[in-house]
Write a protein that binds this ligand. Structure first.
Ligand code: GLU
Length: 303
């Protein structure tokens, strides 16, 4: 196993990787400031990456606002900024490798079909169907029960399909290579511990979506490797996803960064900040006359 941060003189590389599908709020500000301050403390580089693979939710105006809000907070980052929508070839190359290993299969099912199949199984078996760490039902294997001829026919007719990772085969493959799936979790105080990854709890994850030939998991892993990211610092809500990321790194023979998953910033009522709950955006706070210094202080980053 290769640890990205273990090379004798590897320069630490950190990144803040927002998706331009809304305006940044205090939680994003915290994540960006923490990345930048750790990069400074480690004598490393700080990158900004725009995770804009989802054409239905990402908007140029939100991307512009990201640059504006981060600059307002006093952050600087390296140019050019990597924008995922411009690097589909890189994700395609990773998919091709996984396909060659026989680890991908097409899935034509819609979300509704999956939900209906899961409800049916739950009724038949009289117990809840297993869920992934995000609460979504594990893929019940619909496409895998289709006859090979039908799969070939539907592919030939150009029917839209996702590509899923065959989790069992993938785990067998890394198991056969004798590799332990674990990663180093670090805390800003410098302490570290090894965490064992358990990707099986995600089931057959989608690696290429119907409408876009990649996924969050695949793009993030490929980009962190291509950009030489040594320390991934992101919210606790993505901690479980690291299990899938670690598996993909093992399959694609990519270096393994260290990870820190920071607590999520709560609002006054103790709830996680979220656009859906109307948490104020940084630009709303700015418009209300709150200064960047005040925001930094509130988040524990004295000017
Ligand atoms: N783009 C992801 C988000 O905005 C973050 C990805 C990551 O840090 O790994 O939630």
């Amino acid at each position: 196993m290769r640890d990205a941060a273990m090379g004798a003189k590897a320069t630490p590389v950190l990144r803040f990787a927002p998706s331009p599908n809304g305006f940044l709020h205090l939680g994003h500000a915290y994540s960006a400031l923490l990345n930048a301050s750790l990069a400074r403390r480690l004598g490393g580089r700080f990158l900004l990456r725009i995770e804009d693979i989802d054409p239905t939710r990402c908007r140029p105006a939100f991307e512009e606002a990201i640059y504006e809000d981060l600059a307002w907070l006093g952050l600087t980052w390296e140019e050019p900024v990597r924008r995922q929508s411009q690097h589909m070839d890189d994700y395609g190359a990773a998919l091709a490798k996984l396909r060659e290993m026989g680890l991908l299969y097409p899935c034509f099912a819609s979300r509704q079909e999956i939900r209906a199949a899961v409800a049916e199984r739950e009724r038949a078996e009289g117990r809840p169907w297993p869920r992934d760490p995000d609460g979504a039902p594990l893929y019940p294997g619909l496409a895998r029960q289709l006859p090979a001829q039908e799969i070939a026919r539907r592919l030939a007719s150009g029917e839209p399909h996702a590509l899923r990772l065959d989790m069992t085969a993938a785990l067998q493959r890394v198991g056969a290579a004798g590799r332990e799936l674990s990663f180093v979790a670090f805390d800003p105080d410098g302490s570290e511990r090894r965490v064992v990854a358990n990707p099986a709890r995600w089931g057959d994850v989608v690696l290429a979506r119907k409408e876009v030939p990649t996924s969050y998991h695949l793009s993030v892993v490929v980009d962190d490797a291509l950009q030489g990211v040594t320390h991934v610092v992101r919210g606790q809500d993505l901690a479980a996803a690291t299990d899938v990321h670690r598996l993909l790194q093992a399959l694609l023979d990519l270096p393994v960064p260290r990870y820190h998953h920071h607590p999520l910033i709560a609002d006054e009522t103790g709830l996680k900040l979220a656009k859906s709950r109307g948490s104020p955006a940084l630009r709303d706070l700015r418009a209300a006359g709150i200064g960047a210094d005040e925001i930094r202080r509130r988040l524990g980053f004295p000017a």
